[in-house]
Design a protein around this ligand. Structure first.
Ligand code: ATP
Ligand code: MG
Length: 141
């Protein structure tokens, strides 16, 4: 079965949305096979978001992502990578459609706050493998 790496970001944790996100994943028929609460370190974020390291928003992204606990999950299911991307909705909460996690639960914080959008999901099976190895090294042989 395919796997994806899901993070409930600090805004999702702080706003009490863990149950809501997990409930949507379970109701969709996907299986949570790894789960932990952690506060990301700068090193973990530089690895996790390596593709964004040179972007103008990278510093604010790291500040946001290390501002409190997150929930990291390994989720299993058929075509779960693309399905969970669809469940998340657009990166920008202002553009995310109703029915998606971001479209229902996130708000547009504007340029000063960066993009706080509740969840992360791997963007490809290759990214999922890399991200699962980062957040759940104990699950990878
Ligand atoms: P994620 O990788 O967290 O699942 P994503 O794949 O939808 O989100 P990316 O383009 O990978 O979006 O951006 C990673 C994260 O960086 C976004 O989720 C958002 O929190 C932040 N971000 C992206 N673009 C911007 C921007 N223009 N300004 C501020 N923050 C941004
Ligand atoms: Mg991404």
């Amino acid at each position: 079965e395919e796997h994806t790496l899901v993070l409930i970001k600090p805004d999702g944790y702080a706003r009490g949305l863990i149950g809501e996100v997990i409930s949507r994943i379970e109701k969709r028929g996907f299986k949570i096979i790894g789960l932990k609460i952690t506060i990301p370190t700068q090193e973990e974020l530089e690895e996790h978001y390596f593709e964004h390291k040179d972007k103008h928003f990278f510093n604010s992204l790291c500040e946001y992502m290390s501002s409190g606990p997150i929930v990291a999950m390994v989720v299993e299911g058929s075509r779960v990578v693309q399905s969970f991307r669809n469940m998340m909705g657009d990166t920008n909460p202002a553009l995310a459609l109703p029915g998606t996690i971001r479209g229902d639960l996130a708000r547009d914080w504007g340029p000063d706050r960066g993009v706080e959008n509740i969840v992360h999901g791997s963007d490809s099976p290759q990214s999922a493998d890399r991200e699962i190895a980062l957040w759940f090294p104990e699950m990878v042989d």
